[in-house]
Design a protein around this ligand. Structure first.
Ligand code: NI
Length: 229
């Protein structure tokens, strides 16, 4: 409960991926250690697109918009704020050892710091184009490894320890970001998502029945109790 790892296929379609490739070809990539917390930095070797560059900013805006517009992502994550996505590349030999992401990000942001409730990785390279480089997430049942198709995304609780396995051939390319959710607690988000999914299935089956109305009422009232807008 509350450790839902959500895989979203085709978060970025082929046209968006082509636009991103053009933008990122114009971007500057630098040592990625600069954006990690002081302890995570010790185990991080990769390169990241420099966010100051206009091409990187445009690319980040495209990924943010895709996340925000995705109905399943919205229902499961309940985004309040999405941090500007970072674009990371891991060449052969690069990795990101076990770490937990910073709880608060952008401490200098005029809008106040973003609390990282949900972490997101969008895979940009085809899995057959590189070896290794799995995203490995710890949960109560052990470790789970993810290496998704280009354009697919995974959203997982930012509360977890996770790592990126060393790349042994080719180059791993991803966009990563963090979301402050309207619903801080992952177990509550999961309940809301389950109810929302059930209510949609019920509506498809029997329309706006009395049972549907009760389910919709419960979903709305739990959201009212738990959301922190
Ligand atoms: Ni991380």
């Amino acid at each position: 409960m509350g450790t839902m790892m959500l895989c979203l296929s085709n978060m970025l379609d082929i046209d968006l991926r082509a636009q991103l490739a053009v933008l990122l070809a114009a971007a500057d990539f630098a040592d990625g250690a600069g954006t990690a917390g002081w302890h995570a930095r010790l185990v991080k070797t990769n390169r990241q697109a420099v966010l100051r560059h206009p091409a990187t900013r445009q690319a980040a805006a495209l990924v943010s918009a895709a996340l925000r517009d995705h109905p399943v992502f919205r229902a499961a994550v309940q985004p309040r704020r999405i941090a500007p996505p970072l674009f990371a590349r891991y060449a052969t030999g690069e990795a990101y050892g076990p770490h937990v992401d910073d709880a608060l990000m952008g401490l200098a942001d005029p809008a106040g710091p973003l609390r990282s409730d949900v972490a997101v990785t969008v895979f940009l390279a085809a899995p057959e184009s590189y070896d290794g480089g799995d995203l490995i997430i710890e949960d109560s049942s052990g470790e789970q490894a993810f290496k998704l198709a280009a354009g697919d995304a995974i959203a997982y609780p930012a509360t977890s320890l996770h790592r990126v396995a060393p790349v042994t051939a080719g180059e791993r390319q991803v966009a990563v970001t963090w979301v402050q959710s309207l619903v801080r607690d992952a177990a509550k988000r999961e309940i809301l998502f389950d109810l929302d999914t059930a209510r949609q299935h019920l509506f498809a089956k029997e329309g706006k029945s009395a049972t549907f109305d009760l389910l919709a009422k419960s979903h709305a009232n739990l959201l009212r109790r738990w959301a922190e807008p």
